[in-house]
Write a protein that binds this ligand. Sequence first.
Ligand code: NAD
Length: 428
Amino acid sequence: MGSEIAIIGTGYVGLTTGACLAHLGHTVVCADIDPVKIERLSRGDVPILEAGLDELVQEGLSSGQLRFVLGAKQVVGDVEFVYLCVPTPQGDDGSADLSYIQSAAEEIGPHLRPEAIVINKSTVPVGSTRVVERALGRSDVFVVSNPEFLREGSAVFDFLNPDRVVIGAEDQGAAIRVAGLYLGLAAPLQVTDPASAETIKYASNAFLATKISYVNAIAAVCEAVGADVNDVVLGMGYDKRIGNAFLRPGPGWGGSCFPKDSRALVRIAENAGYDFDLLKGVITVNEEQFARVTEKITRMAGGSVDGKIVAVWGLTFKARTDDLRDSPSLEIIGRLRERGALVRAYDPAVASDAHPLLAGIEVATDPYAACSGAEVLAILTEWDEFKWLDFDKVGEEMAAKRVVDARNLVGRTALVRRGFEYAGIGRA
Ligand SMILES: NC(=O)c1ccc[n+]([C@@H]2O[C@H](COP(=O)([O-])OP(=O)(O)OC[C@H]3O[C@@H](n4cnc5c(N)ncnc54)[C@H](O)[C@@H]3O)[C@@H](O)[C@H]2O)c1
């Protein structure tokens, strides 16, 4: 028999969690403060791009296992479990801003059933379980940490096929009740204390960011010594202790999690008296990567992009998502525009320039139109379909046949054969 669950915050994490838990047989009500989002979701119109999510939302709405409600306090009185999936953006000093968590907890506190469990899925610093407990103002409910590790772009798959489920709880009984929600999943279950659970999330994201910065630094070395980073990472990845996942050079890491979580971990460590120099270096290498790619594009355009059209393929922070938050592509476009470039961009998941983060960027509706009159084409997101485009046609559109491939995505040899100048990352 399924449980009665409320989800507070219906974004990438909350909506995925709600739809997947309904799919696993629970009865789920998802709440959000955004009336437009709730209205759309209630009609089965999913506002984000996530493979398989539309189908699960439809399934839940049809079976009655899933519904959407405006406002959090109305939905928590009837349920045993309440998930907090609200944002924890970067605060002014780099630490995580807990104000959304706090206000959501204050709002729901008086309405919770005795013995209810509040499950924190938002990424929060060590000690936040206490913050939530205080904001709830209740001694007869439990707070459990249950960090989420899904990747945008494959959120549904990742939720239903996790590498692990981590539960951080002071109370063993509460941990067992939360573990019961995931019985349908074949994944290792780790029960630990809340501080360790919260640290696992930050340590994992910071480690992944470290891997990317490391490979980008190796790419810089490869350029300097005349090695090919693609071959280098292939050779490294055969070593099982290293593995080949997340060893791809690129324009730098971004997205809604790595930048804020790595900075938050630096802050967490600092507040606890540890200077996390290694992680600071990882962040610096990433900033340098944005600068290196911007410089590469400028050089390819003949030393200046001032007044020139730069075509960009890829705006989202990675392929298979529509999320533009902290996208390396937008970071690099911003730097090019500061140098006077006129940027015309194409992205399969971005239909128009209506998004506030796209102000000043011309968004084309097809990849060839984006190249019209361009002095250089920069490939900044690794959408698979870019590999299969007609580069003869691309060349005809462009003012000069020049490509900077910041994802090492397209075939260098084929482009050179077609008369393009080509620069990748970490390759001579
Ligand atoms: N996006 C990811 O890939 C990912 C992965 C793992 C963990 N996380 C963490 O999960 C948390 C949520 O991230 P997200 O990407 O889903 O955020 P999001 O911005 O996509 O969604 C958050 C939602 O919460 C809603 N909200 C804010 N305050 C609310 C309130 N008081 N009551 C009801 N709804 C409220 C917002 O309107 C929004 O719809 C963050 O802490 C993030 O770090 C994110």
